[in-house]
Design a protein around this ligand. Structure first.
Ligand SMILES: CC[C@H](C(=O)O)C(=O)SCCNC(=O)CCNC(=O)[C@H](O)C(C)(C)COP(=O)(O)OP(=O)(O)OC[C@H]1O[C@@H](n2cnc3c(N)ncnc32)[C@H](O)[C@@H]1OP(=O)(O)O
Length: 312
């Protein structure tokens, strides 16, 4: 008790002496290390959207094709190398809301226009929100959006046709798959910008590559080319075409090969994988048997049994 009280007083004094903003807490943790963490208010995402929609520039456009079941999410801000402004973060949040309600959809392709995939946060927006409270708000909004994009029951693929830098690399990790053109590159340059991953990309990178590869890419900020991205397992292939419209067509064909099953099966399979990467083992198994039981003996299952299918 006495140790705890001393530590609280010690922490308060240090915070005051160093003139650290009230939302940032410095404390001595149990491993006797100084840690610096944000301890400000939580803001509802809808309130953050209102604030961030004022930082204008560029657009994220969603188009759904009911016939193929594939939607296109297009990042359109070429004059700023497809950096995400505040209003584009809100566009993306709205697009994910719409996609969550798309019951007949099966897949999404995320791509951009021009020669850069995405140069991260729009530095014009970033400069206007350059304080811990607003940084926490941006991270809250982007964590909400990209986690829900990652967890959608649709199969998502990002086409990286140029540089994916900082937040742009983080955005790409929120898709199930990534295809690169020969000109695609990915770099977690946040460290060089004096920050760390703010859109959840650090966590997803560890899940994708394991802690050692993730640390190496985060610490060096080096930009990896398409061939190395494939070797590392960050890219799932390289398109034959470098030209954007052809690469988008190739990506559609690549994705369609994975979308032959009925929407309910695609959704159920994605739900199993998305749950497995987000929750502990036992919880994931419970989810898997619940999803399985919903389909077992259902129409599609009975029809398949009647056909006496041979998997030769
Ligand atoms: C969690 C988010 C995190 C954060 O914001 O903290 C990050 O995303 S960190 C990463 C932030 N991004 C950058 O630092 C990218 C900086 N830009 C570049 O390295 C280059 O511009 C590059 C490689 C993206 C493109 O090079 P290129 O030679 O093709 O074009 P220019 O450099 O001439 O750029 C053209 C024009 O675009 C503007 N630009 C580029 N990136 C951004 C950006 N992220 N935000 C705002 N504006 C950007 C650049 O300033 C030029 O404008 P101009 O008015 O023509 O000078």
């Amino acid at each position: 008790m006495l140790i705890h009280r001393t530590r609280v007083i010690q922490n308060l004094l240090i915070t005051k002496l160093l003139k650290i903003p009230h939302s940032v807490t410095m404390s001595f943790n149990d491993n006797r290390r100084w840690v610096n963490h944000y301890a400000g208010p939580e803001t509802p995402v809808s309130t953050i959207c209102e604030q961030f929609s004022k930082f204008e520039g560029g657009k994220i456009e969603l188009s759904k094709d009911d016939e193929s079941g594939v939607a296109i999410l297009k990042i359109n801000h070429p004059e700023r190398r497809n950096a995400l402004s505040g209003s584009m973060m809100v566009d993306l949040w709205n697009a994910v809301n719409t996609l969550e309600d798309w019951k007949t959809g099966k897949g999404i392709i995320l791509h951009s226009v021009g020669e850069t995939f995405c140069s991260g946060g729009d530095l014009n927006t970033v400069r206007q929100i350059s304080n811990p409270d607003d940084g926490y708000k941006m991270a809250t909004l982007m964590h909400d959006t990209l986690t829900r994009l990652h967890q959608l029951p649709l199969i998502s693929v990002a086409l990286i046709q140029g540089k994916a830098l900082g937040g742009g690399a983080e955005l790409a990790t929120s898709c199930d798959f990534r295809l690169f053109t020969e000109k695609g590159e990915m770099g977690f340059v946040q460290g060089r910008m004096g920050v760390v991953t703010g859109w959840g990309g650090g966590t997803r990178l560890v899940q994708l590559l394991g802690q050692h590869q993730a640390l190496e890419l985060l610490l060096t900020s080096r930009q990896i080319p398409a061939s190395e991205a494939v070797t590392l397992g960050l890219a799932n292939g390289i398109t034959k075409s470098v030209e954007l419209s052809e690469a988008v067509e190739e990506t559609k064909q690549w994705l369609q090969l994975k979308l032959n099953h009925a929407p309910q099966i695609v959704h159920a399979l994605k739900q199993i994988v998305a749950t497995a990467r987000a929750v502990p083992y036992e919880e994931s198994l419970r989810n898997e048997r619940q999803v399985f039981a919903m389909l077992w003996g259902g129409d599609a299952n009975k029809k398949a049994l009647e056909q006496n299918i041979k998997h030769k």
